[in-house]
Design a protein around this ligand. Structure first.
Ligand code: GLC
Ligand code: CA
Length: 551
């Protein structure tokens, strides 16, 4: 295996809670994953990234960890884990674990000690501050609503939580904290895991001045300028690399909220001093407005292309891109960037997949994306399970900033629960996800959209993804070719080429439901590698048509 296997890999993300329930309690689990490994193998992905499976009180579905070296009770046991990883490796599949070390759960032993007294040996594991004028140390709002500071009666001080109050931030300035994290990572590596997806890793180093943030939404100060890409983040990651990552053959991706191109060149530099790649967020935030992500606006193609092309061209030869349209924190890709109505769902799902998978970088597929699963479009707030959605609904409607109807419409478009409805396996009750009551409602469209149906249809979105993955293995130009944008002002078409030696790969994707003029391919003889239409018309792209031609 070549050294940079992570460059030619395709990663499949599993959200274990919603993937497959093996014991009827309504919650997905490790044995459920093990039972479906052949499905992922069939798709052709090489690597499986699991959202957190560690012991957790589940305030944020496992992103609040109370024991890093134990498996979440609902998900199974360490024996189930050992069996799962050995079944993966048997099939040539690699395992990436989610590493959530910006914060722990407030039920982690370290925090329970830390809050006991000011001189507890674990006190400095977290970020404690004295009240300022009898109130919070600054105006920062947490990413899940409310203040980012929680007052603790016991010692009369506040602790920082960038996320929920059950997710206190670790103090990375403390060398012992870093050592604990590195030792824990080594333990998992020695157990055989093949990499880490590092949760909000860009947030581990805070601005030591803790200044008030700008107030945009009328509620709280924005903490991101002071917690993202902080003063020591690269130092800490280089230390992690020296002490852990460089000792094993791993794939690493950092979730990097607020990352700029300049920062990404440090995090994901090809010199290998830090990580292999980062998840950048610029293309996720393009429709954001006055109330942050809470909007029904769609992303304009022009803006999307400008951002994606910028990342493609500016990292060239310096750093490596990750490629994604969705994950467990985002709405469904086809609903957001394609068209999820019955007429165009499949063709547009294939189109957006083409657009992404022919770019330079490592593609990520989120469970269900490969069958074109859509947003949930829940009708009432009671259907939501996500702490972010529930808190935001409460905070915005109670403050009167957004009315209930508008907020429900915003949630339908962008809530994280859109991606968290159970995997749709077949058309049996609860989509074959569970024999019990699912922890979150199944999308009623499972009767039409499910894996069983997709596997039975040669023209399905599933087989199209399978082909995209196979092409990546076959043509080096898809991995190494230099990216160049084409038709950069077109209203409807996203086009680009990849260049390697004297080869050229031309990709054109119609993001609209209209037939649009396109002369890119006219009068040239090339080899079609993939398209979502069997027949083409000269001089045009059909609704949501995608074509990839090798010259
Ligand atoms: C990351 C995770 C998200 C989680 C948050 C806090 O953004 O992807 O699901 O809620 O970090 O851990
Ligand atoms: Ca279960």
């Amino acid at each position: 295996m070549s050294k940079a296997w992570w460059k030619s890999s395709v990663i499949y993300q599993i959200y274990p809670r919603s993937f497959a329930d093996s014991n009827g309690d309504g919650i997905g689990d490790l044995n459920g994953i093990t039972e479906h490994l052949d499905y992922i193998k069939e798709l052709g992905a090489d690597v499986i990234w699991l959202s957190p499976i560690y012991q957790s009180p589940n305030d944020d579905n496992g992103y609040d960890i109370s024991d890093y070296q134990d498996i979440m009770t609902e998900f199974g046991t360490m024996e189930d884990f050992d069996r799962m990883i050995s079944e993966m490796h048997k099939r040539g599949l690699k395992l990436v674990m989610d590493l959530v070390v910006n914060h722990t759960s407030d039920e982690h032993r370290w925090f329970m000690e830390s809050r006991k007294s000011k001189d507890n040996p674990y006190r400095d594991y977290y970020i404690w501050k004295e009240p300022k004028d009898g109130k919070e140390p600054n105006n920062w709002g947490s990413c899940f609503g409310g203040s980012a500071w929680e007052y603790d009666e016991e010692t009369g001080m506040y602790y920082l939580h960038c996320f929920s109050k059950k997710q206190p931030d670790l103090n990375w300035e403390n060398e012992t904290v870093r050592k604990e994290v590195f030792d824990m990572m080594t333990w998992w590596c020695e157990k055989g895991v093949d990499g880490f997806r590092m949760d909000v890793i860009s947030m581990i180093s805070k601005d030591p001045a803790y200044p008030d943030g700008p107030v945009a939404d009328g509620l709280h100060g924005d903490l991101s300028p002071y917690v993202c890409n902080g003063p020591h983040v690269h130092e800490y990651l280089q230390e992690m690399n020296q002490k852990v990552l460089s000792k094993f053959d791993l794939i690493t991706v950092g979730e990097a909220a607020g990352v700029t191109i300049e920062e990404a060149k440090k995090y994901a530099n090809l010199d290998g001093r830090e990580l292999n790649m980062v998840f950048q967020f610029e293309h996720m935030g393009l429709a954001s407005g006055e109330y942050g992500k809470w909007t029904t606006d769609r992303v304009e193609l022009k803006k999307l292309r400008a951002v994606m092309n910028k990342w493609q061209t500016e990292l060239e030869g310096v750093a490596w891109n990750s490629l994604y349209w969705d994950n467990h924190d985002q709405p469904r890709a086809v609903s957001r960037f394609g068209n999820d109505g019955p007429m165009y769902r499949e063709v547009s799902a294939k189109m957006i997949a083409t657009c992404l998978h022919m770019m330079k970088g490592t593609p990520y597929i989120y469970q269900g994306e490969e069958i074109g699963m859509t947003n949930a479009y829940f009708k009432t707030i009671d259907d939501y399970r996500d702490i972010e959605a529930i808190n935001a609904y409460k905070e915005y409607t109670e403050s009167g900033l957004i009315n209930e109807e508008d907020m429900l419409n915003d949630l339908k478009m962008v809530s994280r629960d859109n991606a968290r409805t159970p995997m749709q396996w077949d058309d049996s009750p609860n989509a074959g996800f569970t024999t019990g009551t699912p922890w979150i409602k199944v999308n009623p469209n499972y009767m039409m959209i499910n894996a069983k149906q997709a596997l039975a249809d040669k023209d399905s979105v599933f087989y199209y993804y399978q082909k995209l993955i196979a092409l990546r293995k076959q043509y080096e130009i898809i991995i190494e070719g230099v990216f160049e944008g084409l038709l950069n002002d077109d209203e409807n078409i996203y086009a680009y080429q990849r260049v390697l030696g004297d080869q050229k790969l031309v990709v054109a994707c119609n993001f609209s439901e209209k037939e649009v003029p396109c002369t890119l391919f006219d009068g040239k003889e090339g080899q079609e590698l993939i398209s979502n239409y069997k027949f083409h018309k000269d001089g045009v792209l059909k609704p949501y048509e995608a074509r990839v031609i090798l010259y």
